[in-house]
Design a protein around this ligand. Structure first.
Ligand code: COA
Length: 150
């Protein structure tokens, strides 16, 4: 059941990285960053790195970067035990709010043509497919390039 009030979204902290790393490793379509890359991301001033807590536990994260007036979505994952409860949407809401405050007017991302849950999420949020990179992922699938005005 979708219970929006159970979610709290906040900036990521060093103690979250173990959980973020486990989620990154779990999902086929996550970018599979190393712990060192995640630590570096926390220090970047152009990064929007958010954690969603559900009933007090960190179970989803968002990583994006602000570059020349655009927010680039780099990674977004939700714990497999907490899917379809609005966690991804809470993270997108907060990330886009922060991006607008940093002067962004557009959001861009890449998503596998085989990642139907993510495609469905981004289409629900008004993203348009604006390009394609053939055989971009390790499983041989192509990437759709998508964007949306903020
Ligand atoms: C994609 C992902 C982030 C969605 O997270 P989530 O918290 O389950 O999504 P939400 O509950 O916020 O759902 C929002 C919308 O996304 C779409 N959606 C999410 N999961 C879906 C699924 N399995 N099938 C179809 N649509 C889905 C729906 O439109 C949904 O809205 P609705 O519930 O009103 O129908 C999650 O499945 C995930 O972590 N996947 C693995 C990592 C990944 O692929 N990340 C994206 C890389 S670009």
């Amino acid at each position: 059941m979708r219970r929006e009030n159970d979610w709290v979204v906040r900036p990521a902290r060093p103690k979250d990285l173990e959980e973020v790393f486990s989620l990154e490793s779990y999902w086929l379509f996550a970018p599979h960053w190393s712990k060192a890359q995640l630590e570096e991301e926390l220090k970047r001033t152009d990064s929007i790195f958010l954690i969603a807590e559900f009933s007090g536990s960190a179970i989803a994260y968002f990583i994006g970067r602000v570059f020349e007036g655009e927010l680039q979505v780099l990674s977004l994952s939700v714990s497999p035990r907490h899917l379809r409860r609005g966690g991804a949407e809470r993270l997108l809401t907060e990330a886009f709010l922060k991006a607008r405050l940093k002067g962004c007017a557009r959001v861009t991302l890449e998503v596998s043509e085989r990642n139907l849950p993510a495609l469905s999420l981004y289409q629900k949020w008004g993203f348009q497919i604006v390009g394609k990179r053939a055989k971009f992922y390790n499983d041989g699938s192509s990437a759709f390039l998508m964007d949306k005005l903020l």
